[in-house]
Design a protein around this ligand. Structure first.
Ligand SMILES: Nc1ncnc2c1ncn2[C@@H]1O[C@H](COP(=O)(O)OP(=O)(O)OP(=O)(O)O)[C@@H](O)[C@H]1O
Ligand SMILES: [Mg+2]
Length: 442
């Protein structure tokens, strides 16, 4: 025997632990002697000690004396039953002969049985064995219930994960279908647009030619009509005065001319949009040269919009694989947008190029920075959509950025916008540099 916290522990390497609680050591010895051969015995000589040992050792069964100084057996039993960690430990009350014993109270507060003194070894062994077996079965039931609960939980989780996976798949399939339908619609729209563009081109060319001739003739003719009016007095033409009629004809001829030019621009853009894929994208494009060429084409527009046009091109850029005309078209569209955004000629547009090696594949970065009116956050998603324009009155078709985006996509490039309304916009274009082997592109 050895002692822990005043309790004598007889270790017989048995799994079941029995706590004997009694204030009379002689009584403890009687019970311990009966049981120690089969069980691990723990001993407490008062209620407080019994609660401490129960909390630490978690015995499988407690033999509890009722009459003890301080905390009596009923109170110890109630406290053990209050604790969730110990409430399932079976308690057998040990009652003294002739001592007042309230069996129903004992059972009510949670005792499973009682033994009366004098102790009879066979009865003690039998009761202890029975209650330990009952506890073992109860524990097993509890464990299987817990295992079942865990299994149900695991299965529910698995099912939830499967449902999520399935709904993701359904969503992906829905998006793929949507994209396929949209692409098919765009493809047929493209074909339609190309057809319409072609059909519109000839009559519009005729209108353009007719308007040019009309304008020229009218400019020659109008002064004579004016002279006639001044000599012979004004006359009524279709309900308006001759003077008003001369002015109206001048304005209308100009308007027809401008609108014909706008139609021509839309036709050119539509054609550009539809022929995009068919052009040779295998040329070696020198980006600095394409930019310089775009700026050359825009010369008059630059002069019209700003006194501060700047270029800062990095020397010796590696070429990009693609189509020179298409990339020039992108630069023209974006630089022109920058110029058109300027509120006055004091504001600047600057263009720069650089290499960015921070990504998996090196990129050439072109930045077009304007000090223009900027783009509202709420419009950002719209500006690259076909026909979105805020320049309807000035002949904008709203196709510039949409075409540029398609061209850049075909070149594995991208275009991003950073803008502060009122301060200006930075358009950042990235194009991947192709590796060169023996002078030819990979
Ligand atoms: N740098 C910029 N600053 C401010 N707004 C811009 C800028 N670039 C584009 N936008 C806005 O995006 C719209 C769409 O541009 P996009 O180039 O596609 O068409 P557009 O310039 O209106 O017409 P088009 O280019 O066909 O003549 C413009 O109308 C303008 O509102
Ligand atoms: Mg534009």
């Amino acid at each position: 025997m050895d002692s822990t916290k005043g309790a004598i522990k007889i270790d017989q390497d048995q799994t079941a632990k029995i706590l004997i609680v009694d204030d009379v050591p002689g009584n403890i010895l009687v019970l311990a002697e009966i049981l120690y051969a089969k069980y691990e015995i723990l001993i407490a000589t008062n209620g407080v000690e019994a609660l401490e040992i129960t909390a630490i050792e978690q015995p499988d069964l407690i033999l509890l004396d009722i009459i003890m100084p301080g905390m009596d057996g009923y109170e110890v039993c109630s406290k053990i039953k209050e604790e969730p960690t110990s409430r399932d430990i079976p308690i057998i009350f040990v009652t003294a002969k002739n001592a007042p014993w309230d069996e129903s109270k004992g059972l009510e507060i949670g005792a499973v049985d009682f033994l009366s003194k004098p102790i009879r070894p066979q009865i003690v062994k039998a009761r202890v064995k029975t209650h330990l077996e009952l506890k073992r079965q109860k524990d097993e039931l509890k464990n299987s219930a817990q295992r079942l609960e865990q299994m149900v939980f695991d299965r529910t989780m698995e099912l939830q994960a499967t449902i999520k996976l399935l709904s993701n798949e359904v969503e992906e399939r829905r998006l793929a279908e949507e994209t396929a339908v949209r692409n098919a619609r765009l493809a047929s729209l493209g074909t339609l647009a190309a057809g319409v563009a072609h059909e519109i081109n000839s009559p519009n060319n005729a209108i353009g030619f007719a308007v040019a001739t009309l304008t020229r003739l009218w400019h020659g003719f109008a002064p004579h009509i004016n002279e006639y009016r001044q000599q012979n007095g004004d006359m009524d033409i279709c309900g308006i005065s001759m003077e008003e009629a001369i002015e109206t004809i001048s304005t209308l001829v100009l308007e027809v001319g401008n609108n014909s030019k706008r139609i021509a621009a839309i036709v050119t853009n539509l054609k550009q949009m539809t022929k995009g894929d068919m052009e040779n994208l295998e040329q070696k494009v020198d980006i600095n040269r394409a930019l310089t060429s775009a700026v050359g084409i825009l010369d008059n527009i630059i002069k019209k919009h700003t006194d501060h046009f700047k270029m800062d091109l990095k020397d010796n850029l590696q070429p990009v694989k693609g189509n020179v005309q298409q990339l020039e078209q992108v630069f023209i569209n974006i630089i022109q947008n920058g110029l058109e955004s300027l509120p006055n000629r004091d504001k600047s547009v600057s263009i720069s190029t650089k290499i960015d090696n921070s990504k998996d594949r090196p990129n050439i970065v072109v930045i077009v920075h304007d000090e223009g009116v900027g783009i509202k956050n709420s419009s950002m998603d719209m500006i690259t959509k076909p026909f979105y324009t805020t320049k309807g009155d000035d002949g904008g078709t709203g196709l510039g950025l949409s075409i540029s985006k398609t061209i850049l996509n075909n070149h594995q490039g991208e275009m991003n916008f950073q803008s502060l309304p009122g301060s200006g916009t930075k358009v950042i274009i990235r194009l991947p540099i192709e590796k060169l082997v023996g002078g030819s592109m990979l």
